[in-house]
Design a protein around this ligand. Structure first.
Ligand SMILES: [Cu+2]
Length: 348
């Protein structure tokens, strides 16, 4: 009796499964026919019938070079006013439809200032008149909010710039001396920042800083599955980039890093340097360092200037000492070459 009941149950299950499969199989077939096309930043065309998160079907892809970004500073179109003030004009265009392969095989809808994440590093001297001609070619509203000192109407918070060609001119005197972030300030703010609408604004002191090999590092990350946790971390957007492409520097040369933490979701980030310590200037506002350390901790938009030089050639790691971040991409290498005759050595 027991065997017979079991056999009947099994038969019933088989029939139920068979009927379900017969009903559902046409749906699977339809889904399989739906091909989606992407173009990678290298120009490769990819077709997939798989499920795609946050799809943006576009041929407008981003080609970002972390080596170029590292030492690139935008000084603007320079003119001198009647009263002798230096004027720096910039044109910044926001877009929100580009796709970037942020890690091999991982495509993400980046929102960009002038086509990249981060946007251009804007650099001026204290007291210069900075004029940003902002054009929003995105589909959503965006603004540019600079950290620093400026009039309320130049703060990029209440003067929302509409998409599809909206414009606004931000005009203010560069102040204070230091390294500051700029970012979009449209709500929901987290969403606009984590998609990539941020960059670095450097204000040099009038007397300048000692000559150095200067680098910009934006600590950032991407939440590619939209669960308000980052899946990838990096210095300058591409996970593990400077581990695979070590940054070449010289011994006995002053290295100056402008570091800005633009990580969302995680309350802290940090920066550990191997085989060395660095002088640290929080926010870069003082010309005298506050710390001599190999470890700083940074909250959202916290930033500063690091200065150091290596005495010994070789390979040295730098990375988040929050190990989860370094294991998900925020790790790099300095390749230090011997250069004992450098003319730009600290103290020369
Ligand atoms: Cu925005």
């Amino acid at each position: 009796m027991i065997f017979t009941r079991s056999a009947l149950m099994a038969l019933l299950l088989l029939v139920t499964f068979g009927v379900s499969f017969a009903i559902l199989s046409p749906i699977f077939t339809d889904a399989q026919l739906e091909q989606k096309t992407f173009v990678t930043h290298s120009g490769r065309v990819i077709e997939t019938s798989g499920e795609v998160l946050d799809p943006v079907y576009t041929v407008s892809t981003v080609d970002f070079d972390p080596d170029e970004f590292l030492r690139n500073f935008e000084y603007g179109r320079i003119s001198i006013s009647d009263n002798g003030q230096t004027i720096r004009d910039y044109t910044i265009i926001a877009e929100d439809d580009k796709v970037q392969e942020i890690s091999p095989g991982v495509f993400y809808n980046v929102w960009t200032f002038n086509g990249t994440v981060p946007g251009p590093t804007i650099r001026a001297t204290e007291g210069d008149l900075v004029r940003i001609h902002f054009i929003n070619n995105g589909s959503k509203s965006h603004t540019m909010h600079f950290h620093g000192i400026h009039p309320a109407e130049m703060d990029g918070v209440f003067e929302i710039v509409g998409g599809n060609g909206g414009q606004f001119t931000y005009e203010f005197e560069a102040a204070p001396v230091g390294v500051h972030p700029y970012h979009c300030h449209v709500m929901p703010l987290e969403e606009h920042i984590v998609h990539g609408l941020y960059g670095v604004f450097i204000v040099d002191p009038k007397e300048g800083r000692p000559p150095a090999d200067e680098l910009v590092m934006v600590l950032n990350g991407f939440d590619t599955d939209f669960d308000t946790e980052n899946n990838f971390y990096a210095a300058n957007t591409i996970p593990f980039y400077y581990q695979h492409h070590p940054i070449q520097i010289n011994t006995d040369q002053l290295i100056r890093i402008y570091v800005v933490n633009m990580i969302e979701f995680d309350p802290i980030n940090n920066f550990h340097l191997h085989g060395n310590l660095y002088q640290y200037y929080p926010t870069g506002t003082d010309l005298v360092p506050s710390f001599y350390t190999d470890m700083i901790t940074l909250s959202q938009t916290e930033r500063g200037i690091m200065e150091f030089q290596y005495d010994y050639p070789g390979k040295y790691l730098f990375h988040a000492h929050k190990v989860e971040f370094s294991e998900k991409g925020w790790v790099g290498l300095f390749l230090v070459k011997s250069n004992s005759t450098s003319e730009t050595s600290y103290g020369n």
